[in-house]
Design a protein around this ligand. Structure first.
Ligand code: ATP
Ligand code: MG
Length: 403
């Protein structure tokens, strides 16, 4: 691993530390990902000096001091934020309602000992020399996730590591060493006490993993502390996970496997343990409602559903149905054919707007929306062309018809 391929600002920070008689080591994900030849998104640096001295050494830079009590000083260099953290033991009991405690340590090896998996517990200096007391390099070559130290103890210290294990398996495509997996499964109940924010971050990373399809079968069970039904996922459902191609389909399948009840209820129950962004939760809910409808092979009905649910939720619902080997594929084909007609699928695509209706004398209020929806239906059913004159004509007819 050529050290000269490190970004210049990272090299400069490491050199500055050395000049000042301090140690600076790249640690964690950046070392792992560099050795794997994967893109590195952030560089974490472990340093020998306490935070006040780190801040003083880099006083010429913009600094982020919010994490200083835990040893972390953010240094903005070359447009990126580098986090410099004093060698430390862990505030391990984070999510188990114990106060967070941090002890600073004299050397890098102590700092590596607190880390979760051997491939995450390597350090590299600016010349590319590796510090690897737990055999991370060898595990990286064997594509193996193994707890640092005794797995049972490490997972009881911090149950988040159980979900991190699933996330890294899906992200890296590594297998999990036997003892590590057995301990994670034994202790999975402890994850119930984790905060919704932490669970969300790990679940989101898990379903986003490049190797999700391969990992899901073995890893879903690690989430059974949060959603007990995931302890035993039926084999036909596992096959669906292996076929699901995007994160949102995978989330919907997790919801389905996690809860009995109909689709909308399952998704609502699943989301209660998470803090997903509103827009994503809404999309999952819409897709669940779409999946709750009985399959249809009636073209007008398929067109009306397309207008009611919108493209994103409709496509997502069909993708989930496809993964499940479900009964909606003829309907999906009718929907695709409808999309190719170029007919509008939302009132926004009509050749008239609400303002046009008001100008044509429709009273302000809910009548405008109702009328737009009716016009859309008339257009997709072929009773009216999507042009301004035709639509305004239709408005006048409707007025005489309904008064
Ligand atoms: P990613 O590329 O997904 O960010 P990462 O390895 O950088 O992966 P982070 O969550 O950013 O993961 O954590 C950085 C490093 O801190 C990890 O590599 C690991 O060494 C250590 N670490 C983070 N969280 C924990 C934890 N809960 N228990 C033990 N070590 C942890
Ligand atoms: Mg990271």
């Amino acid at each position: 691993m050529a050290a000269d391929r490190l970004p210049p600002e990272v090299l400069a920070v490491l050199a500055r530390l050395e000049e000042a008689g301090e140690e600076g080591w790249l640690v964690g994900g950046c070392v792992r990902d560099r050795l794997l030849g994967r893109p590195v998104h952030d560089y974490d640096i472990a340093v020998s000096c306490p935070p006040a001295r780190t801040a003083a050494l880099f006083s010429g830079h913009e600094l982020v001091l919010a994490g200083a009590a835990h040893g972390t000083v953010g240094v903005v260099a070359g447009g990126r934020l580098l986090e410099l953290t004093t060698f430390r033991a862990d505030g391990a009991y984070r999510d188990r309602r114990h106060p967070e405690q941090v002890a600073f340590l004299p050397d890098i090896d102590g700092d590596l000992a607190r880390r979760d998996f051997t491939v995450n517990a390597m350090a590299m200096d600016r010349r590319g020399r590796l510090r690897d007391p737990y055999g991370g390099r060898k595990d990286l070559e064997a594509r193996l996730l193994r707890a640092v130290g005794e797995p049972e103890r490490r997972f009881s210290e911090d149950a988040l590591r159980i979900l991190r294990l699933a996330r890294f398996a899906a992200k890296l495509g590594f297998s999990v060493e036997g003892e590590t997996l057995a301990a994670a499964l034994r202790l999975r109940r402890e994850t119930a006490a984790l905060s919704a924010e932490r669970i969300t971050a790990e679940v989101a990373g898990f379903v986003d993993g490049e190797y999700f399809s391969r990992a899901a079968g073995e890893m879903l069970g690690l989430f059974a502390g949060v959603w007990p039904a995931l302890a035993e996922v039926p084999s036909e459902m596992l096959a669906a996970f292996a076929r699901a191609e995007e994160p949102d389909s995978r989330l919907l399948l997790m919801a389905r496997a996690a809860s009995p009840g109909d689709w909308p209820a399952a998704v609502a129950a699943f989301c209660r343990r998470l803090r997903l962004p509103r827009s994503r939760e809404r999309l999952l809910d819409e897709a669940a409602r779409r999946l709750a409808l009985p399959p249809s092979e009636d073209p007008p009905e398929v067109r009306r559903r397309a207008c009611r649910f919108g493209d994103e939720a409709t496509r997502l619902a069909f993708a989930v149905d496809r993964a499940l080997g479900g009964p909606r594929q003829p309907e999906a084909a009718l929907y695709e054919r409808f999309c190719r007609t170029g007919l509008p699928r939302s009132v926004r695509e009509l050749a008239v707007t609400g303002a046009d209706l008001l100008a044509a004398g429709v009273p302000e209020g809910p009548a405008v929306g109702t009328l737009l929806a009716r016009l859309l239906e008339a257009v997709i059913d072929g009773q009216c062309e999507n042009t301004r004159p035709a639509l305004l004509d239709r408005v006048r007819q409707e007025e005489t018809r309904y008064g």
